[in-house]
Design a protein around this ligand. Structure first.
Ligand SMILES: *[C@@H]1O[C@H](CO)[C@@H](O)[C@H](O)[C@H]1NC(C)=O
Ligand SMILES: *[C@@H]1O[C@H](CO)[C@@H](O)[C@H](O)[C@H]1NC(C)=O
Ligand SMILES: *[C@@H]1O[C@H](CO)[C@@H](O)[C@H](O)[C@H]1NC(C)=O
Ligand SMILES: *[C@@H]1O[C@H](CO)[C@@H](O)[C@H](O)[C@H]1NC(C)=O
Ligand SMILES: *[C@@H]1O[C@H](CO)[C@@H](O)[C@H](O)[C@H]1NC(C)=O
Ligand SMILES: *[C@@H]1O[C@H](CO)[C@@H](O)[C@H](O)[C@H]1NC(C)=O
Ligand SMILES: *[C@@H]1O[C@H](CO)[C@@H](O)[C@H](O)[C@H]1NC(C)=O
Length: 531
């Protein structure tokens, strides 16, 4: 056998067998009916209340080459060990853990510790996956982990991404230095904003076997070698995500222990996972909601207000991106700073209109923002996961090209371009704010672009966003509202000059008024702008 496991385990099983069989708290796993050929996976839900429990595995069939004992718990960290005392590289701690056993004995024993009790009773799912001796061994080649054979994944997260670390697989007759075993990664989103323990276990249950992983999971596009055993995923806070890895060699596959992350601290669900609940954010979102709707339906009519909001939005975006590069500020500090600076951008933009009064110049900010949003949508919808866009150069050149195309097309049909921009940007702002109250992930369209610009190594991150019922409904509603806003504005615009006159324009119009015909052509209403 090429599997390197702790062989002293055998001694322990022998020594402890007589003693522990009288203990009442053992968990017994009977594998009599489990053979590698019928691809059956043992599952058991149980409650663990003791500090230390023994897991006794018995009746292991002769055709079992090795098996992975997995322990999945919700929130609480457990420790699974080969030994009743912690020795070096013989235990693993976490919520989704597993150890491998590859001895030809018919019974085995593991120890489960509860270090810090979070619940009086920890609900756990115990899984035993059984494999043939010739199947690839998940995590069989040690790179950096504490255990020689580490079939588990180590999950960590920041505000921006979830990082999954794993070890390469090994297989019979293959050297770790010349590894030709194929590795595929899959992920599965749990329901958005759902921290229910049953959802959690159901999600894990779907990602335990190779066949299930392939049918339920979404395959992660391949990536450069260096990042395979350290994968980054864009974080969608509050949406649980199950990660699974399948290793394949010679038509034989095995699955790693699945791991779950919500991208936030489950213990502080409301604050950490649902969102900032401070008054400041409620205020910002209420503003977005109101200004979004006004811009969507009246953006072109309230021309100066729109100029101001566009200047403000542009200023906020630029400033927020810029001060993030420095990286010493909390989110709210950044937000307040960029709002204040954005305010001045808005004022300056109005002043430029007041001074020069060239609509084609003034509406360009709108076109730029529309292009930015459209490019972000296109990348969010899947382009960012295309292999060539892991390169920052390709990404930003394409991004700018999309923006530029959008600006040119809008400029060609200036008034319609402006109206469309108002509807698109306004309704996006509206839905982003709505997501804050109702849940949904549309805000990540912009956030992912922001992460791409500011977070190191984010070019290697998997974007693949969740697209669940809430998101589908919001996306459809967004399109409907854009069309509606566009229609309403174009209708209101009928018979009016395409852009309101500015101060100089009004003076000009007054001097010419004596020459204009006294009888207005039928149907043409006088310009009627609200400032
Ligand atoms: C378990 O720990 C004991 C005490 O440290 C040690 O004597 C024994 O060899 C260990 N067994 C294994 C399998 O590591
Ligand atoms: C575990 O305990 C919970 C209550 O804490 C109970 O609802 C559940 O049925 C128990 N599960 C098992 C497998 O005993
Ligand atoms: C803990 O789990 C045990 C075994 O399933 C059960 O009998 C007991 O009622 C549970 N205790 C609590 C507080 O849920
Ligand atoms: C579990 O362990 C991780 C990593 O050590 C730690 O960040 C987390 O806070 C722990 N969770 C609990 C509930 O103690
Ligand atoms: C695994 O590799 C790392 C880094 O090479 C080393 O520090 C560690 O001791 C190894 N673990 C085992 C169990 O050999
Ligand atoms: C890797 O293995 C293949 C086939 O087993 C062999 O042809 C090749 O020379 C090996 N490469 C190295 C660098 O050992
Ligand atoms: C792998 O399996 C497929 C279908 O089960 C079979 O057609 C193919 O010949 C197998 N390849 C090898 C190398 O065993």
């Amino acid at each position: 056998m090429s599997i390197r496991v702790n062989f002293q385990l055998v001694i322990v099983s022998v020594v402890c067998f007589g003693v522990c069989s009288v203990c009442g708290d053992d968990i017994e796993v009977d594998l009599a009916n489990y053979h590698p050929a019928n691809k059956n996976t043992y599952r058991m839900y149980t409650n663990v209340s003791e500090d230390l429990m023994k897991i006794k595995i018995k009746n292991i069939n002769d055709d079992v080459g090795f098996f992975i004992l997995q322990i999945h718990s919700y929130i609480e960290n457990l420790t699974l060990s080969y030994n009743s005392t912690f020795g070096p590289s013989s235990f693993v701690t976490g919520t989704n853990i597993g150890l491998i056993y590859g001895d030809s004995k018919s019974s085995a024993k593991f120890y489960l510790f509860r270090n810090i009790k979070y619940y009086s009773n920890a609900s756990v799912l115990i899984v035993v996956s059984i494999y043939d001796a010739l199947d690839p061994v998940p995590g069989g080649c040690n790179l950096s982990f504490a255990n020689m054979v580490a079939p588990y994944q180590i999950v960590s997260y920041t505000d921006d991404y979830i990082a999954i670390d794993s070890q390469p697989p090994s297989a019979y007759g293959i050297s770790c230095d010349n590894n030709t075993i194929q590795v595929e990664m899959y992920h599965l989103f749990l329901n958005e904003n759902d921290n229910n323990i049953n959802t959690y276990f159901e999600g894990i249950d779907k990602m335990l076997t190779v066949d299930n992983i392939r049918s339920y999971g979404r395959k992660v596009p391949s990536n450069s070698e260096n990042f395979f055993y350290h994968r980054l995923f864009s974080s969608y806070r509050g949406t649980g995500e199950v990660f699974a890895i399948v290793s394949t060699y010679n038509n034989r596959s095995s699955a790693y222990v699945p791991a779950v992350s919500y991208g936030c601290d489950l213990v502080n669900w409301d604050i950490s996972c649902i969102g900032p609940v401070t008054g400041f954010w409620k205020f910002v979102c209420a503003l977005l909601l109101i200004f979004g709707l006004i811009t969507c339906f009246y953006g072109h009519v309230f021309f100066k207000v729109t100029l101001f909001t566009m200047g403000l939005s542009f200023g906020v975006l630029i400033t927020y991106f810029a001060i993030t590069m420095d990286g010493h500020f909390a989110v709210e500090e950044k937000m307040v700073t960029s709002l204040i600076i954005g305010f001045f951008y808005g004022i300056i933009w109005i002043f430029i209109w007041w001074k020069f009064g060239v609509p084609v110049l003034s509406v360009h900010l709108n076109f730029i923002l529309t292009g930015f949003l459209l490019a972000s949508v296109i990348f969010y919808a899947g382009l960012a996961d295309v292999y060539i866009y892991h390169s920052n150069l390709n990404f930003w050149v394409t991004f700018l090209c999309i923006m530029l195309a959008c600006i040119i097309i809008s400029a060609a049909v200036t008034m319609y371009g402006h109206i469309f921009g108002c509807s698109l940007l306004g309704s996006y702002a509206f839905f982003t704010a709505l997501n804050y109250y109702l849940g949904g992930n549309l805000q990540y369209i912009i956030i992912n672009t922001y992460r791409r610009a500011t977070v190191k190594y984010f070019n290697n991150a998997v974007i693949s966003p969740p697209f669940q019922v809430t998101d589908i409904v919001h996306s459809i509603a967004w399109i409907v509202i854009v069309v509606l806003g566009f229609y309403v504005q174009v209708r209101d615009q009928r018979g009016k000059p395409p852009f309101p006159p500015n101060r100089n324009g009004i003076i000009l119009a007054n001097t010419e008024s004596e020459r204009t015909p006294l009888i207005q052509p039928e149907g043409a209403a006088a310009p009627n702008y609200v400032y």
